[in-house]
Design a protein around this ligand. Structure first.
Ligand SMILES: [Zn+2]
Ligand SMILES: [Zn+2]
Length: 292
């Protein structure tokens, strides 16, 4: 199917989704039932309650929408919120190079700061996947323009920008002041992150989605990482929890990423990139969990 073969149902759904961008799957299903009721009234005299729209029907509909969007490099993606496990959906850009098109409404300098923060979070040492507010402000002093000249951005501007990134739901700020990737970033920047960071972007062993908050196997050589919600459902009926890959005991206590209980390291410590060393990294760099 191409966009030219979209029906009113497809078009209405897309319009609603574009204005929202990120929504829970329940909201998406609600929207779907609303547009079906609005466009197929000729066939169904009565409004059909949402419960009558089953998941399979909706999945099929989303597949059709995605086939149509393929040529314009957009896609509906589904994922679960890393902290809560809530199923989410977002309209995402499949062309990883167009970060400026994904994170719209920012100036080139602001985008440069955004990319620096993303980099510091993704490359954080020891799978911390976060950056402290002190370190985030420090990053603002390292920005360069296309000609490799330093761009100055005041501390006050950097603070305001950080607030904006959080308000726009690109980053989450923990109670302890650490910035980490939001569901929006993980869904909308998925292609960018995978293309830019390759193997450094880890996936949950169970759901295969990107993981930046969760649990890891106690065996250093084992690459198993699990979202908290994935671990909870996997181990639910298991008497003795064991790693799904190496079968050693699973404590659930070895964590990756930031939680509200932990604070981010005050300085940026990046792990070493696999392809070329990151010269801007500070402090000791070590490779942790390099087992893939
Ligand atoms: Zn998972
Ligand atoms: Zn393991």
């Amino acid at each position: 199917m191409t966009t030219s073969r979209f029906t009113d149902t497809h078009r209405l759904f897309l319009q609603a989704a574009i204005s929202r961008r990120l929504m829970t799957e329940a909201t998406a299903l609600d929207l779907y039932s609303q547009v079906c009721n609005a466009t197929d009234g000729m066939f169904w005299r009565h409004l059909i309650p949402r419960e009558r729209f089953n998941q399979d029907q909706f999945t099929e509909f989303v597949t059709q929408v995605n086939e149509g969007l393929n040529s314009v490099e957009l896609e509906f993606r589904r994922s679960q919120d890393e902290t809560l496990g809530t199923p989410m959906m977002a309209l995402t850009n499949t062309n990883g190079q167009k970060i400026a098109q994904v994170a719209t409404g920012y100036s080139p300098t602001e985008l440069e700061y955004f990319k620096h923060l993303l980099d510091a979070i993704v490359m954080a040492d020891d799978e911390a996947y976060c950056i402290s507010s002190t370190a985030a402000l420090h990053e603002a002093g390292k920005l360069k323009n296309k000609e490799n000249k330093s761009i100055s951005i005041t501390k006050r501007d950097a603070e305001a920008l950080l607030d904006r990134f959080v308000a726009d739901k690109w980053f989450i700020r923990s109670a302890a002041g650490a910035y980490s990737l939001s569901m929006r970033s993980l869904l909308e920047l998925q292609t960018y992150l995978k293309e830019t960071y390759g193997d450094q972007i880890q996936e949950c062993t169970l759901c295969m989605e990107i993981i930046t908050k969760g649990q890891r196997c106690m065996v250093a050589a084992c690459s198993t990482r699990l979202h908290h919600h994935c671990a909870a459902s996997y181990f639910k009926n298991m008497h003795n929890a064991v790693c799904p890959t190496c079968h050693s005991a699973w404590s659930g206590q070895v964590l990756i990423g930031v939680s509200d209980r932990t604070s981010a390291p005050p300085k940026v410590r990046r792990q070493r990139r696999r392809d070329n060393d990151d010269a801007s990294g500070e402090g000791d760099v070590k490779e942790e969990g390099e087992d893939k």
